[in-house]
Design a binder for this molecule. Structure first.
Ligand SMILES: *[C@@H]1O[C@H](CO)[C@@H](O)[C@H](O)[C@H]1NC(C)=O
Ligand SMILES: *[C@@H]1O[C@H](CO)[C@@H](O)[C@H](O)[C@H]1NC(C)=O
Ligand SMILES: *[C@@H]1O[C@H](CO)[C@@H](O)[C@H](O)[C@H]1NC(C)=O
Ligand SMILES: *[C@@H]1O[C@H](CO)[C@@H](O)[C@H](O)[C@H]1NC(C)=O
Ligand SMILES: *[C@@H]1O[C@H](CO)[C@@H](O)[C@H](O)[C@H]1NC(C)=O
Ligand SMILES: *[C@@H]1O[C@H](CO)[C@@H](O)[C@H](O)[C@H]1NC(C)=O
Ligand SMILES: *[C@@H]1O[C@H](CO)[C@@H](O)[C@H](O)[C@H]1NC(C)=O
Ligand SMILES: *[C@@H]1O[C@H](CO)[C@@H](O)[C@H](O)[C@H]1NC(C)=O
Ligand SMILES: *[C@@H]1O[C@H](CO)[C@@H](O)[C@H](O)[C@H]1NC(C)=O
Ligand SMILES: *[C@@H]1O[C@H](CO)[C@@H](O)[C@H](O)[C@H]1NC(C)=O
Ligand SMILES: *[C@@H]1O[C@H](CO)[C@@H](O)[C@H](O)[C@H]1NC(C)=O
Length: 828
């Protein structure tokens, strides 16, 4: 095999040395080529893999060598940051690496010996080895192997891939050994500075057919779903994961494990269970300058079981994420400060649990709008007071709630208490027992109240939910969606004062107050429809103009910012875009007021048509071209260009002259981080989403082009793309196959048209549709080019079948169709 075995001083120490201007060669000469008998590794020596991908040696978490805690680890040798992918002595650091060594002994045991010669870590292997051939080497996939004969890969005695720490690298294993029953499980670091194993693990399920994230070895908080040979049932987007290929379950006499390969040779990819308890996939492509987050489960930190520890509140809206219940403090303040919350919180004042104690009975502190902690005990009790008395009478009762019966939490069992969003108001009250002396002082000091007073700026990274689970978009993809979220109590007053909108001429944006809208819509009595972002009502203004009023759902944005976005959208005017006439902001209520479109949506025209009302081809083509013009304007011609992000037949409306108009533009800007969550969980939306929504690449106007292509497919076929239950008859796939073969496009046309169409136009529309849904956004045309092609100004050549469609066709069709149709079976 010819490994070039190199042992050299690590770069980090080298540069450190140069700064201190010591002699560089001082300790180099003691190094040998590999770790073999009599040639240990110690100090700042490192073992480098043949191609130089990985390095092994001593490291200090966080890089500061002053902390005195040194570990043997493996990291990417070519990347500028030291990302540790494996650690030997996870919970037993050594203090002096120069006097510690990783030493191979004659019995085939590789041991880390500290300065006193004590074994801190060892491979525990016992197989007599000869000093001429046995050695430990680091392979280019990051596997550290000990072989009786270094040139013979069948003579492996021990390998780090059998003993992963928190990383699952391409080629690595997760599973178990059938003989020893030892499991390959990932356990996260306790905190970013402490590699000791935490309670969060990823491992195989009981029968090995799925992966599970567990807390404390038993409490499952995420599962991949069962492996069907191609995908895990709850991770269908695995098929769309550009960086992962050959995911396989290998089951033989000895082992049963999953492994995968990296699909992009020039990129590094890794799965890791982070100290947050989340399973994440990161990628580092050829020209990247840092790791890009590609995929996360669960996406919300508060969904990680017991992340905040006992008696602590998880709060997604604020920093810090975990806060002790009032009257409690962190059990281990130092760990807590390092984001290791596993110790949880303890009472500042012990409970006075002497029953019948005169006047010194414990009291209860009420926490409003909470999600209950896990695993309550149900006790009989008819009302709040009865529950309270029951709790008070039993010293092991730590908290109670009344919810059609008493729910009781026993001492030290209050895990996963969560503060819900203020706007949602779906949470419930929970009453936590505290010493009576705590009550007067904590009354004015409630955590909830304190938080409200804060005015701060938080950078929020958006988590989008796709499929049966959640997908976190990469930072690169978030141009539009990463928002600087300012919370300010007086923003609304200030905003209302500086931005007065009065109805002026017909072209300006009007400000409506809630009462006016209530009157105009006759108390919101005539609902036109309801989508993921709110319901739409018909209304009539005093001058008898018809309007459509959209009431926006739980918007997490300040009035000021809302108005700024609305102003921008209000300036956009085009014949093929639905015009915003005005808006309303009053306390938490937000409304957008649009011109009324009497002829409904393309969705109803297209999918609820009968033979009598079949949309003619001529008309379909006009709708397709008009919508394309509207989008081209949105992308290129208006001052603040916007990406629509939600193109689908429901959002193409028809005015009194049946001009198509694109509706709901700018909602992505208004909703910010909420938008992607709603969009990707909304039923009937997923089939229009471009692959980059799932893969986490940047969202550009080409994402709209993709959705437009999907829409065009439906215009041609006259049926929903997701109507079929089989991938083979998934219309975009049929269309792409026919078009790429240069086949007969007439067969693709809606049967109801009975061939009444300009076949040249049908051919053009089919080719454009197929170009629009290409995997790589660079292959898709711009909306301007789409218009030119549909207008017959430009000719277009034959496209290829998009790769994602081929993957759908290869995958399990039921899972794919469920995924596209948005029938999530996830717990999340
Ligand atoms: C290795 O580290 C030791 C201790 O920090 C230092 O004295 C020595 O010069 C280093 N050797 C090399 C070759 O970097
Ligand atoms: C390393 O192992 C060899 C062979 O077992 C032994 O002779 C040597 O003393 C060990 N080195 C240290 C530093 O303990
Ligand atoms: C070696 O054995 C010790 C004691 O049984 C154990 O704590 C340690 O985890 C084992 N090391 C490995 C790498 O399995
Ligand atoms: C290797 O083994 C031979 C004898 O088998 C011995 O003479 C030699 O010193 C050993 N070398 C090392 C480095 O242990
Ligand atoms: C490689 O090692 C295996 C297991 O120790 C042995 O059976 C085989 O003969 C070795 N092959 C060579 C070429 O040495
Ligand atoms: C393994 O267990 C899961 C439930 O945990 C079940 O759905 C699946 O069918 C089982 N697979 C096998 C091969 O027994
Ligand atoms: C964790 O699991 C162990 C053993 O299963 C159990 O004894 C312990 O109580 C658990 N810890 C907590 C905090 O529930
Ligand atoms: C995937 O597996 C096939 C068949 O084993 C193999 O030929 C191919 O090289 C693998 N792909 C990668 C990227 O390793
Ligand atoms: C990476 O950068 C090089 C030079 O900077 C460039 O030639 C190459 O096209 C880039 N690769 C990608 C995938 O962008
Ligand atoms: C508990 O109650 C007794 C009796 O009223 C009182 O003397 C004592 O201070 C109380 N202790 C605490 C910790 O509240
Ligand atoms: C208190 O509640 C626990 C748990 O339900 C129960 O086991 C115990 O018997 C109760 N103690 C008293 C004094 O009622």
């Amino acid at each position: 095999m010819g490994f070039s075995r190199i042992l050299r001083p690590s770069c980090l120490s080298l540069s450190f040395l140069i700064l201190l201007s010591f002699s560089l060669n001082l300790h180099c000469s003691t190094g040998s080529e590999t770790i073999s008998l009599g040639r240990p590794l110690s100090g700042n020596q490192t073992l480098i893999s043949p191609q130089g991908n990985f390095a092994l040696g001593f490291f200090t978490p966080g890089g500061s060598s002053s902390s005195g805690r040194h570990y043997i680890g493996i990291w990417y040798n070519k990347l500028p940051d030291q990302t540790i992918v494996w650690v030997a002595n996870r919970d037993r650091p050594v203090s002096d690496p120069t006097r510690s060594s990783l030493n191979l002994s004659r019995d085939g045991n590789l041991a880390l010996l500290d300065e006193s010669g004590n074994t801190v870590w060892s491979t525990n292997s016992t197989s007599m080895v000869s000093n001429s051939t046995a050695a430990a080497v680091l392979l280019d996939n990051g596997n550290f192997v000990l072989r009786a004969d270094v040139e013979n890969s069948s003579s492996t005695i021990w390998e780090s891939f059998d003993h992963p720490t928190d990383h699952w690298l391409p080629g690595g294993k997760i599973g178990y050994n059938k003989i020893s029953n030892a499991k390959q499980i990932l356990a996260s670091w306790r905190s970013p500075l402490n590699p000791a194993p935490s309670q969060f693990t990823l491992g195989p399920s009981q029968n090995g057919s799925s992966h599970e994230l567990l807390w404390n070895g038993s409490q499952m908080y995420w599962t991949s779903g069962v492996w069907n040979g191609r995908i895990f049932s709850l991770v269908p987007e695995l098929q769309l994961n550009y960086y992962v290929t050959n995911m396989t379950r290998i089951s033989n006499d000895k082992d049963d494990y999953f492994t995968y390969d990296s699909a992009v040779p020039s990129a590094f990819t890794r799965f890791v269970v982070e100290s947050s308890g989340q399973l994440k996939q990161y990628v580092w492509g050829r020209n990247f300058t840092s790791w890009t987050l590609f995929w996360t489960r669960p996406t919300q930190q508060c969904q990680v079981y017991a992340f905040c520890g006992v008696a602590s509140i998880c709060n997604l809206q604020d920093e810090p994420l975990c806060v002790c219940i009032d009257g409690f403090g962190p059990k281990h303040q130092r760990d807590w400060d390092l984001s290791d919350h596993s110790g949880g919180c303890v009472r500042k004042t012990p409970l006075n649990c002497t029953n019948n104690a005169v006047g010194e009975v414990d009291k209860f502190r009420t926490l409003p709008n909470m999600q209950y902690p896990s695993n309550p005990e149900s006790w009989p009790g008819g009302n709040l007071q009865e529950c309270e008395s029951l709790c008070l009478a039993n010293c092991s009762c730590d908290a109670f709630a009344y919810d059609n019966g008493c729910l009781i939490w026993k001492r030290d069992h209050m895990f996963n208490l969560q503060q819900l969003l203020e706007a949602e108001r779906v949470g419930k009250d929970i009453h936590v027992r505290v010493a009576s002396s705590e009550i007067p002082s904590i009354e004015d000091n409630s955590a909830v109240k304190k938080r409200k007073k804060h005015t701060r700026t938080v950078l929020i990274v958006v988590a989008a939910t796709v499929g049966s689970g959640f997908v976190t978009l990469s930072a690169a993809g978030l141009l539009l969606l990463v928002i600087l979220w300012r919370r300010s109590n007086n923003a609304s007053a200030a905003a209302a004062a500086d931005d007065k909108y009065e109805p002026r001429d017909d072209n300006s944006l009007s400000f409506f107050n809630y009462k006016e809208l209530k009157t105009a819509t006759k108390n919101f009595s005539e609902k036109l429809g309801e989508g993921g972002f709110g319901a739409v009502y018909k209304g009539t203004l005093p001058n008898s103009t018809l309007i459509a009023v959209k009431q926006l759902k739980s918007l997490q944005q300040s009035e000021k910012q809302f108005m700024a976005e609305v102003k921008t959208i209000g300036t956009i005017q085009h014949i093929n875009l639905v015009r915003l006439r005005g808006f309303s902001v009053e306390s938490s209520k937000r409304f957008l007021v649009y011109e009324y479109m009497p002829n409904g949506s393309l969705e109803s025209l297209l999918f609820h048509q009968t033979t009598a009302t079949t949309l003619s081809w001529r008309f379909r083509y006009q709708i397709a071209a008009g919508s394309a013009r509207g989008l081209a304007y949105l992308h290129e011609d208006c001052r603040d260009c916007i990406i629509h992000c939600d193109i689908k037949p429901d959002n193409i409306l028809l005015d009194s002259e049946y001009n198509p108009k694109v509706a709901d533009l700018g909602l992505a800007k208004i909703f910010g981080r909420e938008f992607s969550r709603v969009l990707t969980t909304m039923r009937g939306t997923r089939g229009y989403l471009a692959p980059e929504w799932i893969s986490g690449e940047a969202i550009t106007p080409k994402a709209d082009v993709f959705s437009y292509g999907m829409l065009l497919c439906e215009i041609i076929s006259g049926r929903r793309n997701t109507d079929s239950s089989e991938v083979d008859s998934y219309f975009p796939f049929e269309l792409a196959s026919a078009v790429s073969r240069g086949g007969d496009v007439a067969s693709l046309l809606d049967d109801k048209l009975e061939g009444n169409a300009d076949m040249e136009e049908v051919g053009r529309a089919c080719r454009v549709a197929c170009w629009c849904i290409q995997d790589n956004e660079k292959d898709r045309p711009t909306m301007r080019q789409v218009v030119q092609i549909l207008d017959g100004v430009c000719e277009v050549n034959t496209p290829a079948v998009p790769r994602f469609l081929e993957r759908y066709a290869e995958g399990s069709s039921a899972a794919t169709m469920n995924y596209l149709q948005g029938m999530s079976s996830s717990k999340e």
